[in-house]
Design a protein. Structure first.
Length: 653
């Protein structure tokens, strides 16, 4: 590619956390699977859950609470080296919705053109690129069926080498617009038919949300002076969402989409960066999207506050295509991976969130008001008011949620936080001040449906741990040069998601037993993997782990022989990992949703065919992969795959 620097959407190559939080380097012992402790907590068990406010839309849509731990019944698949999706014997995997497929808006259903000649206007009504987090909502609203529903899904970023005829040469305003339209969210209507699952077209629900879709601002930063721009002098409305990574699903039937590496779209080449800009990784060239050259909204010299308007969790009502998405500033401005929602026994909504960069933090939000299972509308403001916390993992296996509240614990005007608006806009800096624990890239969070208050988070990797004066190991991040990542688990005090204290352990250290170096061996029981990222419990309590080994590493170097990215399943009680799916060449596996009967799994294949540079050469778009269209493909396409058991049984059983 012609750019003078390598395009890297992830933005994880830099560490922007240089604060001097407790290094915990005095820690002597890493903590592995202190099962006894957690089982003590689990004994609170089922009764606690049933007496809480779990009679929610999402829970109602799930199978009755499984009393016994589920068991994995499938034969694991080997490492994957082929350019296809592989699932166990007795399962099928069919492509449902790939980049460029029409979303299904009546009268606006342009077909995908394999030469990438669809226009920006057409892209605005077609599937975006690089599918990511995804949720399934049974139709109609509050139903519990498993044959007809909505899928809301993210389109995280673009490969502009594949997106346009001729790639990025020449670079034009139309190409910027097409790239913007290929980001964001799709809402599609899907139905199980005699010919398998199909996208319903046209559909009154079909919708695309992208970088130019108007959104409301809620919470402490609404109207704040740091949120005001020339185009929005009141600081109340933002155009669009981008780099939509993982997701969340609320019990009241809304979809949460999370803005991750948003810094890479902005450019400030004034020669002077503010502390805020530096802390979030903004620089003078961005990540290579080159929007600022054509769309001055992304030029921070001209629009200095525009970057404050990204880095949020956005709530979307998929049942109402006319509804305006809401950016919830109460949940803090970070590089949001996902937003996993649960309801505490007290009825408060709790949202767990990872900030995916090296040495960043894990957050949670607890709503001020309580969830109302009988009044959907009353819940629409639940995420606008509440307390944001950041996690500190102590060496003795205890942990604390530290409140990011203006006026408390040094979050004062004297220390650079004029009000709660500034605390949430500069949430990373507020978290620095509180002494949060610097983690190995927090990705997805999953809440165990069978054990109240038990929560898991993937820490995908951190090759900088212990390197060149960067923070070394601590109890929660126990390996220097952590190339394979780990999964941490905590148990909220009293099984209460709203608690401010927890106990934690390390559920698993990823790695491979045949590694040369001890730090890459890990302690996986069963099928091995590295770089865990996507993480979701199904309705029965099986935990599914999706991997994101970067294209510069996959099946190479320390990962040589491990093949393409993959998905494994584990039942926490047994701890045995079993490989369920492997993807095509150059892809990441990310995004996962189940129907309430757990008999259909929707899984996303992101960036098939991605080369090491993360951008294809437009002259050779099928150099790495032709998935999913095969020999006649003009280019590879991200896609949603439907996985079923051929005998119609429960997935994983
Ligand atoms: Fe978009 Fe951290 O993965
Ligand atoms: Ca991810
Ligand atoms: Ca990742």
């Amino acid at each position: 590619m012609s750019d003078s620097y390598k395009f890297k959407h992830h933005g994880v190559d830099d560490t922007t956390n240089t604060c001097a939080n407790p290094a915990l380097s005095e820690v002597l012992e890493a903590r592995f699977s202190r099962r006894g402790l957690l089982q003590g907590g689990s004994a609170l068990g089922i009764a606690g859950v049933l007496s809480g406010s779990f009679a929610t839309l999402a829970e109602a849509a799930s199978v009755p609470f499984a009393k016994k731990a589920p068991q994995l019944g499938f034969k694991p698949v080997p490492f994957g080296f082929e350019d296809k999706v592989v699932v166990p014997e007795g399962y099928s995997a069919d492509v449902l919705y790939a980049w460029g497929d029409p979303v299904g808006i009546a009268g606006k259903m342009p077909a995908f053109r394999q030469d990438a000649s669809n226009t920006a206007a057409e892209q605005a009504v077609q599937a975006g690129m690089h599918h990511d987090g995804m949720s399934y909502f049974p139709l109609p609203l509050a139903a519990t069926g498993s044959k007809h529903g909505l899928l809301a899904m993210n389109h995280e970023y673009t490969d502009d080498g594949l997106l346009h005829v001729g790639g990025m040469k020449p670079w034009t305003g139309d190409k910027v617009l097409k790239s913007q339209h290929a980001h964001g969210v799709s809402v599609i209507e899907v139905e199980a038919t005699g010919k398998g699952w199909q996208v319903v077209r046209p559909s009154k629900y079909a919708r695309r949300i992208h970088v130019n879709t108007p959104m409301t601002i809620s919470g402490p930063a609404r109207g704040h002076k740091l949120m005001r721009t020339e185009a929005d002098p009141q600081g109340v409305e933002i155009l669009g969402t981008l780099n939509n990574c993982a997701n969340g699903q609320t019990p009241w039937g809304t979809y949460l989409t999370c803005e991750e590496n948003w810094d890479g779209y902005f450019v400030n080449d004034s020669g002077t960066l503010s502390a805020n800009e530096k802390r979030y990784g903004i620089n003078n060239k961005g990540a290579g999207y080159n929007w600022a050259k054509e769309d001055f909204r992304f030029d921070l010299q001209l629009n200095p506050n525009e970057a404050n308007r990204f880095g949020w969790v956005v709530e979307i009502d998929p049942f109402d295509p006319a509804s305006k998405p809401v950016k919830h500033t109460a949940l803090g401005r970070i590089k949001h991976e996902g937003a996993t929602v649960t309801i505490a026994p007290s009825g408060h909504a709790v949202v767990y969130m990872g900030d995916d960069q090296r040495f960043e933090y894990i957050y949670k939000f607890v709503s001020r008001n309580k969830y109302n299972a009988k009044n959907r509308k009353a819940n629409m403001g639940l995420l606008s008011e509440g307390t944001l916390y950041v996690a500190r993992f102590d060496a003795d296996g205890a942990g604390q949620w530290l409140p990011l509240v203006h006026g408390q614990n040094g979050l004062t005007a004297d220390n650079g936080f004029a009000d709660q608006g500034e605390v949430v806009i500069m949430a990373r800096m507020a978290a620095d001040k509180l002494g949060a624990t610097k983690m190995d890239r927090p990705e997805w969070v999953a809440v165990n449906p069978r054990v109240p208050g038990e929560v898991y988070c993937t820490l995908t990797n951190n090759s900088d741990r212990g390197k060149d004066g960067k923070p070394g190991i601590d109890a929660a991040n126990p390996r220097n040069k952590n190339l394979f990542g780990h999964i941490i688990r905590w148990h909220e005090q009293g099984g209460d998601a709203a608690a401010t204290a927890f106990k934690w352990d390390i559920f698993v250290l990823a790695g491979r037993p045949d590694a040369d170096k001890q730090e890459h061996v890990g302690n996986i029981k069963g099928d091995v993997f590295g770089s865990p990222d996507g993480l979701t419990f199904d309705h029965n309590g099986v935990l599914w782990v999706q991997t994101d080994v970067s294209t510069s590493t996959v099946n190479m170097k320390e990962y040589k022989g491990m093949g393409n990215n993959q998905m494994v399943a584990v039942v926490p009680e047994s701890g045995e990992f079993r490989r369920f799916l492997t993807g095509p060449h150059g892809c990441e596996i990310t995004g996962l949703a189940f129907t309430p009967d757990n008999k259909t799994m929707f899984v996303n294949i992101q960036h098939p065919g991605e080369p090491d540079s993360e951008r294809n050469d437009p002259a050779k778009p099928t150099a790495v992969s032709t998935w999913p269209d095969g020999p006649n493909a003009g280019r590879p396409r991200a896609g949603t795959v439907v996985v079923r058991k051929l005998n119609g049984g429960v997935i994983g059983s």
